[in-house]
Design a protein around this ligand. Structure first.
Ligand code: MOS
Length: 733
């Protein structure tokens, strides 16, 4: 039935990307393009007293210097600045007023004929500030944390159950600020069309989100703003909300009535959003037999002074394991930093790190194998909601992952496995992520020669969306995959939410399925109009497309060639658009799960850790494309490896400023850090969640990985490091 769905199909966009044919936001050119360079604040809090641009304006080639006092109009309507995924609060608005809310905030834009001129002239802009005291340290401010929201209802009497438990584990875990650092810099190229319309080539995970934002902020008609983003050079959540460069580029284009490009520097991008630091206190109470009596998880996160960003870090702890009681809380500290944003598995990567390290520590106290503890606490219901799952093959993840890893060979004693200088450790953790679907539309245009174009305004942030759209359309229309053209990343295409939350595969599959159904319906209607139609009296549910024909499934001798139908209908092109939404009725929980196994080698003298093997067994429903899905999980694992060992954004609290805002000092795993990664997709049929049983794989790979590595480091060294990243100094300390 499915010739393409489930096949390891190579990337639709692969050739364009590796040959340089793929164009990114900063690569679209037009005649007379001007260039903007952003001037940013050196203080973290206060107001701008005075901006002196006179020296910058004297530089030959400089066209203008925009500031909050000298710029085209932007709306005063607060709501206009809230994009589709804005958290509560009042968003930062570039060059809106004299307030400084965070260090590295844009305070002026120099526009010049050439980028180098703008960049040079930006150094000549003098800004005087009235500085106010700032607070940027989550640890120093934790006493000020306020209750954000209750993650999930308390269950039972957790405090009491914990006190009475045979075995208790209590500890605090910490994950620092991290930045996404996609390869592609944030950029917007605004093409001044000259008739009141603009076209914006933008780096974004949601072209229609950007379109709505620009139209609202600049009081334009949505139809006059076209946003295009065919390729995205990585984003990981950093491109969910409009970047600062977007409003600046539009302001500049309006000021000059001319096309303008603004590219952010790597350093400036650190002010766009980040994974918030998280302090977590875990308390687990268990019976000596290894079942849980109490799960308590308190998370303290951080947000800015002007918006309230938080994801559920603690909820996972209440949901995942069987426990009669649980108590969860999520609090926030307000700091003078930019608002955090979603970063791959927001809330999950961090919250599950705390939970899964705590479970490992509990297993040690119980004298139980870590996998065995998780099996004893296994739950067939989402413990928070008290409902069963659409599907959950986590047991199979543990079994297949352990088998592939060789877990049974592990000596449970810490420091018991070594090879020369190296202490060897084996650790594991569970992963869990939501399986969501969002309302999304797609259009299919079928031509009489048997080609089809499938389109949707979604992005492909490197996840493989182009490719799976081609696979889905090919199977749903029964066409060879080479006959499918995919269009995405254009605001003029059918409605799509931002690409995020691992929801796009399920969402776009629903949309293409609905559009394909409308295509069949229209073909059947036309076929029935034909004289002596072999399909007379046949119902829509009974027809399929096969081999270029519309066929009755009950009697395959009754068929009409699509080309004939279209010829009779006098059509070259049959176009249908449809939308699909989630069927979630709240009666079943929807999650992808995983079991991650890690091997580390720790140099005993130097404390240097190498992660030599990772096996990640994932249950995420039907896998549309095992090749791109495997890449997604591998990428997630590398993210988790970075989280465990390398990634940390340092803040110099004297200046309230991120100080390692560059790829030299912000450490990410390099090739030499990444060794053997094996991805297993556990068979997980699911006929409830959506027609194809799709759950999504963009984020599950990172969840649990850092914990598995941290647990392996404990096993290797006997030393428990609870604050990430686990750098050599912490191991040797
Ligand atoms: Mo993802 S953090 O929803 O791009």
């Amino acid at each position: 039935m499915h010739a393409h769905i489930g096949q390891p199909t190579s990337r639709y966009d692969g050739r364009a990307k590796v040959t340089g044919g793929a164009k990114y936001a900063a690569e679209f050119n037009t005649e007379g393009l001007a260039h903007g360079f952003i001037v940013t604040s050196r203080i973290a809090k206060g107001r701008i007293k005075r901006i002196d641009a006179s020296e910058a304006l004297r530089v030959p080639g400089v066209l203008d210097v925009l500031t909050h006092e000298h710029r085209p109009n932007m709306t005063v309507r607060d709501k206009a600045y809230q994009d589709d995924v804005a958290p509560g609060g009042s968003p930062y608005r570039p060059l809106y007023d004299d307030k400084v809310l965070f260090s590295e905030q844009p305070v002026a834009l120099v526009i010049a004929e050439e980028w180098d001129i703008a960049k040079y002239a930006a150094t000549l802009v003098r800004v005087d500030y009235e500085e106010e005291p700032h607070a940027t340290d989550i640890h120093a401010q934790r006493g000020e944390a306020y209750e954000h929201k209750k993650p999930a209802k308390p269950r039972g009497k957790a405090e009491k159950a914990f006190e009475a438990a045979d075995v208790q584990h209590e500890a605090e875990y910490f994950t620092p600020v991290e930045h996404h650092n996609p390869m592609e810099l944030f950029a917007s190229t605004v093409i001044w069309e000259g008739d009141g319309r603009i076209t914006v080539y933008d780096k974004t995970q949601g072209v229609q989100n950007v379109q709505r934002y620009v139209a609202a902020v600049f009081r334009m008609k949505a139809d006059d703003v076209r946003v295009v983003s065919p390729y995205v050079g990585g984003a990981f959540g950093s491109g969910l909300r409009p970047g600062h460069q977007l409003a600046l580029a539009v302001l500049a284009a309006k000021a000059l009535s001319r096309s303008v490009r603004v590219v952010m520097t790597r350093q400036q991008m650190f002010a766009l959003g980040y994974r918030p630091a998280m302090i977590q206190r875990l308390r687990l109470g268990a019976k000596s037999g290894g079942t849980l009596d109490a799960v308590m998880h308190e998370a303290i996160g951080m947000t800015s002074q002007y918006e309230e960003f938080a994801r559920d870090d603690a909820s996972w702890s209440g949901a995942l394991y069987k426990s009669p009681s649980s108590l969860l809380s999520q609090r926030l500290v307000r700091l003078d930093l930019p608002t955090p944003t979603d970063m791959r598995a927001p809330g999950g990567a961090t919250g599950v790190y705390g939970l899964e390290c705590a479970m490992d520590e509990l297993a040690v106290k119980l004298g139980l194998d870590p996998v065995e503890l998780r099996l004893r606490c296994y739950s067939d219901r989402d413990q928070n909601q008290g409902v069963p799952y659409t599907s959950k093959k986590l047991r199979e993840c543990y079994a297949q992952g352990a088998e592939a890893f060789g877990w049974q060979k592990r000596n449970p004693q810490p420091r018991s496995m070594r090879d020369g200088h190296d202490l060897i450790g084996h650790g594991m953790a569970t992963g869990i992520w939501e399986a969501m679907q969002m309302k999304t539309a797609a259009r299919i245009a079928l031509t009489a020669n048997g080609h089809a174009e499938v389109s949707c305004a979604t992005a492909d942030i490197g996840t493989g969306t182009y490719t799976i759209m081609a696979q889905l359309a090919a199977d749903m229309l029964e066409l060879p995959i080479d006959n499918i053209t995919v269009k995405l990343g254009d605001s003029s295409l059918p409605a799509s939410p931002v690409e995020g939350g691992s929801w796009m595969a399920a969402s776009v599959a629903g949309a293409i399925g609905a559009a394909a159904e409308k295509v069949r319906k229209e073909l059947l209607r036309l076929a029935k109009k034909m004289k002596d139609s072999p399909l007379a009296g046949v119902k829509l549910a009974e027809v399929t497309l096969s081999d270029g024909k519309l066929v009755s499934a009950d009697d395959t001798s009754r068929s009409v060639a699509v080309a004939d139908i279209m010829r009779h209908g006098k059509l070259d092109r049959l176009e249908q658009e449809a939308a699909a939404d989630s069927n979630d009725d709240g009666k079943r929980a929807r999650y992808a799960h995983s079991a991650v196994f890690a091997e580390v080698r720790v140099d005993e003298q130097l404390g240097i850790v190498r992660v030599t093997r990772i096996v990640n067994a994932v249950a995420a429903g039907r896998i549309i494309n095992p090749k791109t899905a495997r890449s997604q999980v591998m990428g997630g694992v590398v993210f988790g490896l970075g989280m465990a060992l390398h990634e940390e954004t340092h803040i110099d609290h004297r200046f309230g400023r991120f100080v390692n805002a560059n790829l030299g000092e912000y450490h990410v795993p390099a090739n030499a850090d990444v060794h053997d990664i094996e991805v297993i997709f556990v068979d997980e049929p699911d006929d409830i969640i959506n027609p194809l049983g799709i759950k999504g794989v963009g984020e599950i790979g990172v969840v649990g990985t850092a914990a598995a590595i941290a647990n392996a480091i404990y096993h290797a060294t006997g030393k428990r490091v609870r604050d990430l990243p686990i750098t050599p100094d912490k191991i040797l300390r």
